[in-house]
Design a protein. Structure first.
Length: 394
């Protein structure tokens, strides 16, 4: 039976190859999707561990607990939280409320408001700047001395500097927020956390309090950068470290669990792409069924001769099932190889570690075989129903 099946496929090798192509694509897509999903999942884990899993946000919700609390953060908030184990940097920040004041940003002391720039003014302690991990294109970040003495200094993003015509800090340029001059001490062009700092004018917290007053109720927040693995614990104890008398004045938001987040992302990717792989397999099955049915019609005389020589309907059924199953298994093997090579190629190009589960590689050819068998059921049944006399008459 196997010999006759192989001979039947080799009689028309081009058609057999095109018939198996659908299964090759379906199984190859199946293997590549599972492999690439597993490979990228490890990369997602690593990135969340480095960035998201090391960041804690603390909100001031004192106004919700006590209507007389205006600013719950104490003046030494940075030092209190930075003393906690696992904390690298911490700082308080808020967006300055400039309503009712001239907050136009200009590079010269003269000019109307329409000639200046508009941007958020962010009051931030030095700990916020360090936690954001900025890349300083020119100059430097302001330090604890500027915070302690309320120096009129600012840090701006590279885009804002370009719009204001500031190309170098060697000349000690100043900008004006309304009529108040500020010395530009640093230009940043990238940050790892709080990307909105690139679009804002950042001033020391004490300077903002001196010029514009304290933030509105609930407007202040704290950014905490932790070591890997410490964020959950820091989020639990930070409110108590800030205000042992009223920890309920703060709401600490720990980062999402990277494993849970990864599993959700992986599940979504697998469901989407496995659907595409299933569609490819269905297309392959339809191609095998169609080609096998055409082969049945073309080989009616051969089927009739076999029946006349004593072959039963079951023998004919098994022969055509063996042919379609062999085509499916062959397509599955080739698709498995191509899918694995695709995973390895993408991983090498992106400098990743390729991950392909052995169960996927083992199951893929079986899926191809099952696809071929299912696709050949109807044509094989059709062939077994052909009567010898009628077939020989054709």
């Amino acid at each position: 039976m196997l010999g006759e099946s192989v001979a039947g496929m080799l009689q028309r090798p081009a058609r057999s190859a095109l018939t198996a192509l659908g299964t090759v694509l379906g199984v190859g897509t199946f293997v590549a999707i599972l492999g690439l999903t597993a490979t990228t999942s490890s990369q997602i884990d690593e990135r969340f561990n480095i960035l998201t899993a090391t960041e804690v946000d603390v909100e001031d919700i004192g106004i919700e607990q006590n209507e007389f609390v205006h600013l719950a953060f104490p003046h030494d908030s940075d030092a209190r939280v930075e003393r906690l184990p696992g904390v690298e940097h911490a700082g308080v920040y808020w967006t300055v409320d400039t309503r009712g004041t001239d907050a136009t940003i200009r590079a010269s002391p003269v000019g109307d408001a329409s000639s200046g720039e508009r941007a958020d003014i962010v009051a931030a302690s030095p700990g916020v700047i360090e936690a954001a991990v900025p890349h300083v294109a020119q100059g430097r970040v302001y330090d604890a001395y500027a915070e302690r003495t309320a120096q009129p200094v600012v840090m701006i993003g590279a885009g804002m500097a370009s719009r204001l015509g500031i190309t170098t800090l060697e000349t000690h340029p100043a900008i004006f927020i309304g009529d108040q001059p500020f010395t530009v001490v640093g230009i940043i062009d990238d940050v790892k956390r709080k990307a909105d700092l690139l679009l804002s004018v950042v001033v020391p917290r004490s300077t903002a309090v001196k010029l514009w007053g304290e933030p509105g109720a609930g407007g202040a927040k704290m950014l905490v950068a932790t070591k890997i693995g410490a964020a959950q614990q820091v989020a639990k104890v930070a409110p108590t470290a800030l205000r042992p008398d009223h920890p309920e004045y703060f709401k600490a938001q720990p980062p999402p669990d990277p494993k849970t987040l990864r599993s959700h992302v992986t599940s979504d990717l697998q469901q989407l792409f496995l659907l595409l792989a299933a569609i490819c397999l269905v297309i392959g099955a339809v191609g095998i069924a169609n080609t096998t049915l055409v082969a049945v019609l073309e080989r009616t005389g051969e089927i009739g001769l076999r029946r006349a020589l004593g072959a039963r309907g079951g023998h004919i059924t098994l022969q055509f099932l063996a042919e379609s199953g062999a085509l499916g298994a062959l397509g599955g093997l080739i698709g498995t190889s191509l899918g694995t090579l695709t995973v390895v190629g993408v991983a090498v190009a992106r400098d990743w570690t390729p991950v392909v589960h052995p169960t996927t590689v083992a199951a893929a050819p079986v899926i191809g075989l099952v696809t071929g068998l299912v696709a050949g059921l109807y044509p094989a049944w059709r062939a077994s129903r052909i009567q010898p006399a009628e077939a020989l008459r054709r």
